[in-house]
Design a protein around this ligand. Sequence first.
Ligand code: NAP
Length: 456
Amino acid sequence: MLVSINPATGREIARYDLHDAAEVERRVARAAEAFQRFRNTPLEARRAGLSRLAEVLDDRADALGRLATDEMGKPLTQAVAEVHKCAAACRYYADHGETLLAPRPAKHLPDGARAYVVHQPLGPILAVMPWNFPFWQVVRFLAPALLLGNVGLLKHASNVTGCALALEAAVADAGFAEGVFQTLLIEAKTVAGVIADPRVAGATVTGSEGAGRSVGGAAGKALKPSVLELGGSDAFVVLDDADVEHAAAVAAKARCQNNGQSCIAAKRFIAVDAVYDAFAEALVREMEALRVGNPMDAETYIGPIARQDLRDEIADQVKRAVDEGAALLTGGTMPDRTGFFYAPTVLGDVREGTVAFDEEIFGPVASVVRATDDADAVRLANATRFGLGGSVWTRDVARGERVALQLECGSAFVNAMVASHPAVPFGGVKDSGYGRELAAEGLFAFANAKTVWVAG
Ligand code: NAP
């Protein structure tokens, strides 16, 4: 049984029966059959399908947004924006699909030879997805998969089944054939068996390291490609010439967007000595100004944490951080109201080797770290096993780029918070995973890059 609970009220919304082994078999068989037809549909038809899907998502943005807010607690304004972002990704692949998939002539060949590379689909891909962006995480896998001609099987997080089914319906309503995108209502323990099925061609997971190890391990065992999009502990590096007030205003949002539950949220705020105090003070002010409340309310910036156990884990991490010597500059409490809320929190004087530096805190908790200079800031930014994103704040853009290039992460931003966009690849290094989503890299994650060589 899968149960959806509204984290703002603690009340159950719906429950769903799990698919039994026979139903999983039916769906995998349907995916394999659908692939044989879908791979041969003209690219034009797949692009048109993505354009229609973009329209369906835009039309349903409000209803889908409400569903996400009900199931996982993000503010409605952010949930609706997420659905529109999904539509934009579908449009990106529809609009640029022909260019992205154009055969690529090979260079530097022997005289007289001609060769080119085409990208062809592999088959049904299993996507294991998290609840934090219940539509975006799925669509950023699905849109390029559909453009290429792969078909998708989704195992969504067990608390957002309503979102999974609503997305399945949207894809069908956009005119994609039966079997092209299906949800499997299964538990995590069933995932490895699906990956091992010879009809399944690959697996992608967005989630925790544990899920990554398990899905990556199962794919490796079955000799299938995988993409792992895992946790992060992004550094937000504030150099001595930064506009500190502006940086702090963005910092609060970069930390607390999506109720602080984003893999690419800034988590460690590394400020050099000269601006450390001013930045910490401004950040506290900005965090205290963020409105916590009913996520359906348009004024709310921070809603509840998605599940009670996750909220309790944040409280435990903050307690351990303070025990280890971090200064509690604001927050550190559970607001006295129904639902799984946690107050925006700032921890100061956070040191390497402590919870607030080493662990990913998946909620509205900022760790502020002191660096002596640029080189020390880079050293601290990289002193983590994660490597998803990072940002640098400075009035000197060239200096910012120099620092950005030294960050060990998949996306480094200068004077902007880390974000994903369909035109640029997204993913991590180190324990944040491997492989990329979005842009051409995401399109080719599950592709046969086939060489065609024609003798001269
Ligand atoms: P999670 O507990 O790992 O769940 C993610 C998905 O993996 C769910 O569908 C879950 O199913 C499934 N799962 C969990 N353990 C599994 C296992 N051993 N084998 C197969 N499947 C398994 O993660 P979460 O708490 O939902 O999400 C938060 C984490 O995701 C954070 O670490 C965050 O940084 C990361 N994240 C990364 C990115 C990125 O792009 N890199 C984006 C968003 C989030 P059940 O729900 O049934 O357990």
